[in-house]
Design a binder for this molecule. Structure first.
Ligand code: RUQ
Ligand code: CUA
Length: 623
C-alpha cells in the first residue's frame, strides 16, 4: 500500500514541470531522530575499512567520471575522461592530449559497465559525450581512460548511450539531435522534416582489447532519440530508445514537440542490423555502412508511448520494458513476448517512413500510475521496479507483472511504497539493474537540485545524491552527498568484482623511451630537437638540469621507476602550463617549444617523500 504518497500538485502537470524551482515538493527533509542513528550505522564505514560497492557516476559537463564508495558515499577518485585534469596530469602529456583531440570538455551522461552473459564482468566502463558525439572507454584495471572514439560520423548529440549489449558486442548509441547528413552538409532549417536525420549506431567493441570502432548505423526520421536500454532473455539481440519530437519540429520544441498524444520508441533488432550489413544491404556514408530501415525490413520498428517519454528500461528477465512519459503520470509496461508476436503476426498500426508501427494495444501490459513526472526505472531483481518521479520529487516502488486480476483492475495496488527525495530526481540507480542479476540492496537517487540542504556556497549549488536502503519492506533514506555538475546516471559495481592494479609492472612497460636507471637518462640533441629521457624516483629527477636554446623543440619522456603502491611523481614546469603525473612504472611524454629565454624551475607536484620538496630541477633556456 502507498503509505507516503506525497502527491504534489502545482497547477497543471506541465506548469509543475516548468515551475519546479518555485514550487517546493513536500516530504520529510531529515529522517526522524530514532531513524537517524540506524541510518548512520548503515552508512558508517570506519576509518581503515572499505566500502562494499563502487559507485561510478557521470560528471555531466565537467566531462569526468567520479568514483565513490557505497554505502559511505565518500568520493574516492576522479577519472578524467573528456576534459583536462591537472590533478592527474590528464590532458598535458602527449598520449592523453591525442585522445582529447581538439576538445577540452565533454558532457558525460550515462556510464555503462561491460557485460559477459548479461552480468557485469568488471573490465570496462563506457561513457558518452553528448556535446561532441564521442564515446570513451575506461579500463577498470587501472581506472584510466584508454580510448575516446569520435566524433562519431553521421551522429549528432550522443545522448542515447552508452548502452552495452549482453556480451559487450556493442555499445549502442542514438542521436538526440538531427542534422543534415553526412555531417558538414548544409540544409535550411525549414527543410528539417525532409533533409535532417537521426541515427542509431552500433559501436563495435573488440572482445579482447575493448577497442571501439563504428560498426554500422541505422538511419531514422528526425525524432529526438532519448534514453535507451538493451535486451536480454526473450529480448536478447534487441535494444530500445524513447524519443520526443515525433512531430519533427525544429523551433520552440517546448510547445511544438508536445502536441501529439504519443511519441515513438524505437525497437531495434541489432543482430538483424549486423546481419544486414554482412549481407551487403547497407550504403556507405562518411565511411560507415548505413542501413535504410525502409529498404531493410526487420531492423527497426516504432512503438507508440505516451507523450514525451524519457526513460525506457528492460527488466532483469528481459521480458518487461518500462517506459515513462514525463507529461503523463504513468509508467507504461510492455511485454516483449507480445512485441515479438506482434512483429511476427504483423500486428501493425500503419507505418512511418516505411517503418512499421507496432500496435500499442497489442503489446501493452499495463500503465502503472506511479506519480508525477516519471523518468527512469530500475529493478532490484526481486520483482520490484523503482521509478524516479521528477515533478513529485519521489521514488515509487511497484511490482512487475505478472499481475493478478485484482491488480490489473486497479494498478494503484501494485505500488507498494514511495519515498520523497530532495529534489527533482532525474536518474536513479540500483547495482546491476541492467543485468540479469541486480544486487538489490541500495538505490541512489540522483537529484537535479539540492536547494540549500548543505552549507551555503553561493548561487551555484551542487546536485545531491541520496542513498536509499531498499532491502526491507519499506525504502529508507540513509544518506546524502553532493556532486560536481552535473551527475546524470551511475553504475554500481561490487567491490570484489574487480582487482585493479596498484603499480604498472616494469615488465609491461614497452615504451621505447623508458629509462630505468640514472645512467640511461640524459639529454640528446638533433638539430633544434631536444630529447630528454628522464627518471623520476624518490626524491629526484635525473637529469635535473636541461639546457636548451630559444626555439628548440623539447620532448621529455619521464619514467617513474617506482614499483611501490601510491608512489606517484609529478612534473610541473614553472610558467609553462605543464603538469604531468606519472604513476609507478609508467612513462609519459611531454612536448613543447622553448619560446622564452630564462631559467624555469621544474618540480615534483605529488607529495612523495620527506624530501619531496627537494625533488626539483631547472630548464635553462638560452637566448
Ligand atoms: S537523461 S534525467 Cu541525460 Cu539520462 Cu534522464
Ligand atoms: Cu616526487 Cu614529490
Amino acid at each position: 500500500m502507498t503509505t507516503r504518497l506525497t502527491l504534489f500538485v502545482c497547477g497543471s502537470l506541465t506548469a509543475a514541470l516548468l515551475a519546479t524551482a518555485g514550487c517546493n515538493p513536500p516530504g520529510a527533509t531529515t529522517p526522524a531522530k530514532g531513524d537517524t542513528a540506524s541510518a548512520a550505522a548503515k552508512t558508517y564505514v570506519a576509518p581503515g575499512e572499505k566500502d562494499e560497492y563502487y559507485l561510478f557516476y557521470s560528471g555531466g559537463h565537467s566531462g569526468q567520471v567520479y568514483v565513490a564508495g557505497l554505502p559511505s558515499m565518500r568520493h574516492i577518485s576522479t577519472i578524467p575522461v573528456f576534459a583536462p585534469y591537472p590533478a592527474t596530469g590528464y590532458g598535458f602529456d602527449e598520449e592523453s592530449r591525442a585522445m582529447l583531440g581538439r576538445f577540452t570538455w565533454g558532457d558525460v551522461h550515462h556510464p555503462g559497465l561491460s557485460q559477459t552473459e548479461g552480468k557485469y564482468d568488471g573490465r570496462w566502463l563506457f561513457v558518452n559525450d553528448n556535446a561532441n558525439n564521442r564515446i570513451a572507454r575506461v579500463d577498470l584495471r587501472d581506472f584510466k581512460t584508454r580510448q575516446i572514439l569520435g566524433p562519431i560520423p553521421n551522429s549528432s548529440g550522443n545522448h542515447g548511450s552508452s548502452f552495452v549489449t549482453e556480451n559487450s558486442e556493442y555499445v549502442l548509441v542514438a542521436t538526440r539531435f538531427s542534422v543534415p547528413l553526412p555531417k558538414g552538409r548544409y540544409a535550411d532549417l525549414s527543410t528539417y522534416k525532409t533533409e535532417f536525420n537521426g541515427m542509431v549506431s552500433g559501436i563495435k567493441v573488440n572482445p579482447t582489447s575493448g577497442e571501439m570502432t563504428v560498426g554500422w548505423q541505422i538511419l531514422t526520421p528526425p525524432f529526438n532519440w532519448d534514453l535507451g536500454s538493451t535486451g536480454k532473455g526473450p529480448s536478447s539481440g534487441w535494444a530500445f530508445w524513447t524519443s520526443y519530437n515525433s512531430e519533427m519540429e525544429h523551433e520552440t520544441l517546448e510547445a511544438t514537440s508536445t502536441q501529439g498524444e504519443r511519441d515513438y520508441a524505437a525497437i531495434v533488432n541489432w543482430r538483424a542490423a549486423e546481419q544486414a550489413v554482412k549481407d551487403g544491404k547497407a550504403t556507405m556514408m562518411d565511411g560507415v555502412p548505413v542501413i535504410d530501415p525502409a529498404k531493410v525490413p526487420g531492423v527497426l520498428y516504432f512503438l507508440p508511448v505516451p507523450k514525451s517519454p524519457h526513460g525506457i528500461d528492460t527488466d532483469p528477465s528481459g521480458r518487461w520494458i518500462a517506459a515513462s512519459g514525463k507529461l503523463q503520470p504513468v509508467t507504461s509496461v510492455f511485454d516483449f513476448e507480445k512485441i515479438k508476436k506482434a512483429i511476427a503476426d504483423k500486428t501493425f498500426d500503419g507505418e512511418v517512413r516505411g517503418v512499421p508501427v507496432i500496435k500499442h494495444a497489442a503489446v501493452i501490459e499495463g500503465e502503472v500510475p506511479v506519480g508525477l513526472g516519471p523518468l527512469h526505472t530500475q529493478y532490484d531483481g526481486k520483482g520490484n521496479a523503482y521509478t524516479s518521479l521528477y515533478v513529485e520529487s519521489a521514488v515509487a516502488r511497484w511490482s512487475l507483472p505478472p499481475w493478478n486480476d485484482a491488480q490489473k483492475k486497479d494498478l494503484n495496488t501494485v505500488i507498494s511504497d514511495k519515498i520523497p527525495v530532495h529534489f527533482n530526481i532525474g536518474h536513479l540507480v540500483i547495482g546491476g539493474s541492467d543485468t540479469k542479476a541486480p544486487y538489490g540492496q541500495y538505490l541512489v537517487a540522483m537529484n537535479k537540485l539540492s536547494k540549500g540542504r548543505h552549507l551555503s556556497v553561493g548561487p551555484s549549488q551542487p546536485e545531491s545524491s541520496q542513498l536509499i536502503d531498499i532491502s526491507g519492506s519499506k525504502m529508507t533514506m540513509l544518506y546524502e552527498a553532493y556532486t560536481e555538475p552535473e551527475p546524470h546516471f551511475a553504475q554500481i559495481l561490487k567491490a570484489d568484482a574487480i582487482a585493479p592494479i596498484e603499480v604498472y609492472p616494469k615488465a609491461e612497460n614497452t615504451n621505447p623511451q623508458a629509462v630505468w636507471e640514472a645512467s640511461q637518462a640524459g639529454v640528446t640533441r638533433s638539430g633544434n630537437k631536444v630529447s630528454v629521457k628522464m627518471v623520476a624516483i624518490r626524491s629526484r629527477f635525473v637529469p635535473d638540469k636541461i639546457e636548451v636554446n630559444v626555439g628548440d623543440e623539447i620532448t621529455i619522456h619521464v619514467t617513474n621507476v617506482e614499483q611501490t603502491t601510491d608512489m606517484i611523481h609529478g612534473l610541473g614546469i614553472v610558467e609553462h602550463d605543464m603538469n604531468v603525473v606519472v604513476d609507478p612504472g609508467e612513462t609519459k611524454t611531454v612536448k613543447f617549444t622553448a619560446t622564452r629565454a630564462g631559467v624555469f624551475p621544474f618540480y615534483c607536484t605529488n607529495f612523495c617523500s620527506a624530501l619531496h620538496q627537494e625533488m626539483q630541477g631547472y630548464l635553462a633556456v638560452k637566448p
